[in-house]
Write a protein that binds this ligand. Structure first.
Ligand code: KG4
Ligand code: ZN
Length: 349
């Protein structure tokens, strides 16, 4: 079965074609980061308008890269949520109409399920059940992934996502959006321990996160920096970045360790989402895995950040199991993972 996947939940427009027999045939991503950089964050209406302009050329380029035509497809999968409603509607409307016009089934896919199944695009893929730490600009969660459609959310952020905290602190330090990577680079010049930020909720027994307070601590610390142009300013700024990064990393790793202890039978730890690119986080999680004798799996970054390959893959699994949807356009800004059920294979007739 060959499935076209469409992703447009936030600031990436993406298309991909997944073949159940041959694997991923092609995938393309257009990021709007430059468009939103001017505003220091995603502007929802600009995002929707850009998706409108990009989606058709992107699908054509993806079909071309796979050497296929629309007639060669067996189904369409699209991100139906969670995400920005206007952005979701663009992908959902395009995918549903494309499918309807060709008599193909269209399947709405949960974006988070996409992220959790993205590592299955790798060879070898991690074995179920595994613990997933999903850390991106929009999400921070720990999930026990038992199989397709079988997810147990163990903990999540009560306010800001880890990537969002990185981006907001980077902005306070005058770095351009999205600033997580630049902040991490600045932190390499900083000394550990000079700035001690709180480790939010690390002492609590649960597996939830909260990063909003850390952002306020960062604001106060930035205000207390020696004035720009003075001899100590540059080093103090780097020390602050290092202190902030250490606080986020230690919090993420501490809760991940607790989740590994809480769930029996886990066969690995998978790290997904853009913050998974952070080298200090990678090193700390690798060390954690080694200490617990558990395999740590980092999918390629192109499958960690928003993409349509994961949507095509997840949709394909559901279509293969006989999922069918009425010809309606679905867009759900909120769609908790706990509401998903495994796809049930239909008896063949
Ligand atoms: O998965 P992704 O593309 O998420 C969303 O679009 O939500 O991840 C983007 C996030 C941004 O917040 C970005 O600043 C952060 O991942 N990020 C990093 C690093 N590289 C990207 N954060 C910390 N360290 C990095 N090296
Ligand atoms: Zn995402």
């Amino acid at each position: 079965m060959r499935v076209l996947g469409i992703e447009s939940s936030c600031d990436e427009t993406a298309a991909a074609i997944y073949d159940s027999a041959r694997g991923l045939l092609a995938h393309r991503v257009h990021t709007q980061a430059d468009l939103h950089a001017l505003y220091g964050g995603v502007v929802p209406e600009l995002a929707s308008r850009d998706h409108v302009q990009r989606v058709i050329p992107l699908v054509e380029a993806t079909l071309g890269a796979a050497g296929l035509h629309a007639e060669d497809l067996d189904g369409v999968a699209y991100t139906a949520g969670p995400g920005l409603v206007g952005a979701l509607l663009v992908g959902a409307s395009f995918a549903s109409s494309f499918a309807l016009a060709r008599g193909l089934p269209a399947v709405p896919v949960n974006h988070l399920e996409g992220h959790l199944l993205a590592p299955q695009l790798e060879h070898p893929a991690p074995a179920f059940p595994f613990l997933a730490l999903l850390v991106s600009g929009g999400h921070t969660m720990l999930v026990a992934v038992e199989g397709v459609g079988r997810y147990r959310v163990l903990g999540e952020t009560l306010d800001d996502a880890a990537g969002e905290a990185f981006d907001k602190t980077a902005k306070l330090l005058g770095l351009s959006y999205p600033g997580g990577k630049a902040l991490a680079e600045l932190a390499t010049q900083g000394a550990p321990g000079k700035h001690r930020f709180p480790r939010p909720m690390l002492k609590r027994d649960d597996l939830d996160f909260s990063f909003a307070g850390l952002k306020t601590a960062a604001l106060l610390a930035v205000r207390a920096l020696p004035p720009a142009g003075t001899a100590t300013h540059a080093q103090a700024r780097a020390d602050l970045a290092r202190g902030f990064e250490d606080a986020v990393v230690e919090t993420l790793v501490g809760k991940t360790a607790r989740a590994l202890d809480a769930v029996d039978g886990l066969r690995g730890l998978v790290v997904a989402g853009g913050v998974g690119a952070n080298l200090r986080l990678r090193d700390a999680l690798t060390a954690l895995g080694a200490a617990r004798g558990i395999a740590v799996f980092f999918p390629r970054l192109e499958f960690c950040t928003d993409n349509a390959a994961m949507i095509a893959y997840a949709g394909c699994q559901r279509l293969l199991a006989g999922a069918a949807d009425a010809p309606v356009i679905r867009a759900r800004p909120r769609w908790p993972l706990d509401e998903l059920t495994p796809p049930i294979a239909q008896p063949s007739t």
